[in-house]
Design a binder for this molecule. Structure first.
Ligand SMILES: *Cc1c(COP(=O)(O)O)cnc(C)c1O
Length: 427
């Protein structure tokens, strides 16, 4: 396919930006080839620097639940822009945003805005430590919570070993405060609490995992996590940066009827501009400065443009209630891939809920990090490029979720199903 403009831009970018990208997965390292540059996006489509139109199942990694460049979000930003881009004082949009979040997300009584999902999880963990006066945290292998030090740790060698840093530059002493466990494993969680009595400040998890591909919990697992954290006086943090307003208006916690103590949000609540938020029980949230001793701040937090974009997006979700329809479209995609795999004799798993899905080329059902890694990444790379050549863009990694938006109409989904079928047939 014609990539002349993208190749030229990437060559320039690589001179000045490490790896040519400002976020690593954009570099296509895990699928091979040169990333395409996008000069515009509209609805469900990306338009590349070489004027190719692609049906987009990445949706800017989740935020674009209304598709790209939605007229109402654009208009909301334009209106806010008339009045100024940042004030450094409280502004009316922040209040409206807080009211919407508290209204939609069942467990949130108070909320603080920040600028990214990374800030949200980092701040929520500091708050949990301040509240419990404990230092250790539990996270799960394969759950991604942004790139702050104590969260960039994935799999140690078993439930009770201390974490090893995933990234250079994370001090081993920080990593020791993070206990990493397998997701969906009750016995491992129970053992970790027994091995660290009165030391666990919080358990943080993606209630539905979206950053190792898409993985759902076993029935009753989230309820178990809620019960054991409550029993040990440990703060339960749901990282719903990806699932918030996507799985349901109130996120996974609404769908599963589980009440975490704190919740992290981002992505959709910014309507395509940079935003994060964390919120939850009022008694915990009131420990944040200026009311309490846990410090957290941000020059651009509650930025009026970002708030205006996010508010417009959330109001549209309220009006449209698109979740049943998104699930229908998601099922159609899933069924097409499963049927294509059967026809070709290639084992494939397609976990899917609502507008989130992923495609693992493995015979083993995927329920945690280890089973996700059984997916054939080489085969996925070939599938990815076969789809891209036919005008369908999936996330450029075997371990990322796919996303639908309300702008994906029947024609786009039909076309994608056809492309998936052809791509699998050609493997
Ligand atoms: C994207 C994501 C983050 C990080 O958000 P950024 O805005 O990229 O910092 C954290 N947690 C989850 C679950 C995410 O999907």
């Amino acid at each position: 396919m014609n990539q002349n403009q993208s190749e030229a831009l990437f060559a320039r970018a690589r001179q000045l930006i490490p790896g040519g990208v400002n976020s690593p997965v954009r570099a296509f390292r895990s699928v091979g080839g040169t990333p395409f540059f996008v000069k515009a996006a509209r609805g469900a489509m990306l338009i590349t620097a070489d004027d190719r139109e692609l049906i987009d199942f990445v949706c800017t990694w989740g935020p674009a639940i209304h598709g790209h460049n939605h007229p109402r979000i654009k208009a909301a930003i334009a209106t806010a822009l008339e009045h100024g881009t940042s004030f450094g004082t409280p502004n009316p949009y922040e209040v409206e945003m807080a009211e919407l979040i508290v209204k939609f997300v069942p467990s949130i009584q108070k909320v603080r805005m920040c600028n990214s999902g990374t800030e949200a999880t980092m701040s929520a963990i500091r708050l949990a430590r301040g509240f419990t006066k404990r230092d250790k945290i539990i996270k799960f292998a394969g759950c991604y919570h942004g790139h702050s030090d104590s969260l960039l740790i994935k799999a140690g060698s078993g439930a009770l070993t201390h974490g090893n840093p995933d990234s250079a530059g994370v001090p081993a002493s920080f990593a020791r405060e993070t206990v990493v466990l397998p997701y969906n494993d009750r016995a491992a969680l129970e053992a970790a609490f027994a091995a660290n009595p009165n030391q666990i400040a919080c358990v943080i998890l993606e209630p539905y995992c979206g950053n190792v591909g898409f993985i759902m919990p076993d029935p009753g697992y989230l309820q178990y996590v809620r019960e054991i954290t409550a029993k040990h006086g440990t703060v339960l943090i749901f990282d719903e940066v990806m699932t918030g307003f996507r799985i349901a208006k109130g996120g996974v916690q609404e769908r599963e009827k589980i009440t975490p103590d704190l919740t992290c949000l981002g992505k959709i609540i910014g309507g395509g501009l940079p935003v994060g938020a964390f919120g939850g029980r009022a008694d915990i949230m009131d420990l944040i400065a200026p009311l309490g001793p846990v410090y957290q701040a941000g020059t651009l937090s509650g930025n009026p443009l970002a708030m205006a974009a996010g508010i417009a997006g959330l109001r549209m979700l309220e009006e449209l209630n698109p979740y049943a329809r998104l699930d229908q479209l998601g099922r159609q995609l899933r069924d097409a891939v499963l049927a294509a795999g059967r026809a070709k004799g290639i084992p494939v798993q397609v976990p899917q809920c609502g507008s989130m899905f992923s495609i693992f080329f493995t015979a083993t059902p995927v329920r945690d990090y280890d089973t996700a890694l059984k997916g054939d990444a080489k085969l996925f790379g070939r599938f990815f490029h076969a789809c891209l050549e036919r005008g369908v863009y999936l996330a450029p990694s075997a371990y990322e979720a796919g996303f639908l938006s309300t702008a994906h109409d029947g024609a786009a989904i039909d076309r994608a199903c056809q492309v998936f079928e052809e791509a699998v047939r050609g493997l």
